[in-house]
Design a protein around this ligand. Structure first.
Ligand code: SF4
Length: 336
């Protein structure tokens, strides 16, 4: 979730979340005030740690190198995953180790099939982009930016753009229809398609979400055994082990036409113009709250602030740090 207004150069730079997250107040806290929770939320941090693994994996690295990337992040001194006693039980360091192990096992055959001759047989990962959306009559320039998790070139020259998501609310292997429906109209992926078309002159052939599900760990019954469903037992020992681990994986390919991208472009443009005016002209109370979003994506980090009617400064100092985003900062982590 990022927006940045540069008065001097009259540029407004933003990313997909201005459209996707649906709560203006959230944008106010994060982008205009530049606030960020001192202690990062466990779900977000866990997801970033899994990204570290996947990034190395799709670059063709061996298992120990990939796992090292995950563990370096998961075990960093500021990691909220370190204290497993208070981490949510499905997002501990050990759960992440399980996820990495299964991810490697399941996707290694697919990785071996990716042929990218120009890139040495590897996918490209964590690719930043920025392109000009347009200018308005007031002399403002709008720039759309982001970071693509992965680009693969398959079957010679088909471009696939992939976005990794982690979830704990549904196993994609058990509910693929639900996932497919949720993903198809996704603005973030359309923005990636627009970026690719803008920079390389043609649409990507496919876009996909690469979903990693991490469920609550299975419990043993009174006799110390797992109650493994018959269907899983019939699928063999590997299926049993993965059922016990309670992790699941799924990929959901989709595509965008030129018209889809053009529609997205118009909407992104309007949204950029609207947010730029909000930023410059409006008081905090005009940035409307949408409380239906408070618990989305693992819970909004600004709930403490939104619940308050006074003493905002006190809470800010105690719980938040001010960290304004600067566009094109190479050190900047992706939010999702
Ligand atoms: S707590 Fe709810 S209302 Fe407040 S910023 Fe977050 S999503 Fe918006």
């Amino acid at each position: 979730m990022k927006m940045f207004l540069n008065e001097e150069e009259r540029t407004f730079t933003f990313d997909h979340s201005t459209q996707a997250l649906g709560c203006d107040r959230k944008l106010y806290w994060r982008c205009k005030e530049g606030l960020r929770k001192k202690a990062e939320g466990i779900p977000t941090y866990f997801g970033k740690a899994i990204h570290k693994f996947a990034e190395k994996f799709w670059l063709g690295e061996d298992y120990s190198t990939c796992l090292e990337a995950y563990q370096k992040y998961a075990l960093a001194p500021n990691s909220p995953l370190l204290d497993d006693a208070t981490s949510e039980e499905n997002r501990t360091v050990q759960r992440g180790n399980d996820v990495c192990m299964w991810y490697y096992k399941i996707y290694s055959p697919e990785r071996a099939r990716i042929k990218v001759f120009e890139l040495g047989g590897k996918a490209m990962t964590e690719i930043p982009f920025a392109f000009l959306l347009g200018k308005d009559g007031d002399g403002w320039t709008y720039i759309y930016t982001g970071r693509i998790d992965r680009v693969e070139q398959r079957d010679g020259n088909q471009i696939w753009i992939s976005d990794l998501k982690h979830t704990s609310w549904g196993n994609p292997e058990a509910s693929s229809d639900k996932f497919g429906k949720q993903i198809r109209p996704n603005d973030q992926l359309t923005g990636y398609a627009a970026a690719w078309r803008e920079v390389y002159g043609e649409r990507p052939k496919f876009l996909e979400h690469d979903i990693v599900f991490v469920g609550t760990p299975r419990k043993k019954d009174d006799k110390g055994n797992f109650k493994i469903p018959k269907k899983v037992r019939e699928s063999g020992p590997e299926a049993e082990l993965r059922w016990i681990a309670n992790v699941g994986f799924g990929k959901f390919p989709t595509s965008r036409s030129d018209d889809d991208i053009n529609d997205w472009w118009q909407n992104a443009w309007k949204e950029g113009c609207r947010m730029r005016r909000m930023w410059q002209q409006y008081h905090i109370n005009d940035w409307t709250k949408r409380t239906s979003q408070c618990m989305a994506y693992g819970g909004c980090e600004f709930r403490d602030l939104c619940a308050l009617t006074s003493k905002v400064e006190l809470v800010v100092n105690e719980l938040y740090v001010v960290s304004h985003w600067s566009p094109f900062d190479k050190e900047e982590e992706s939010d999702d």
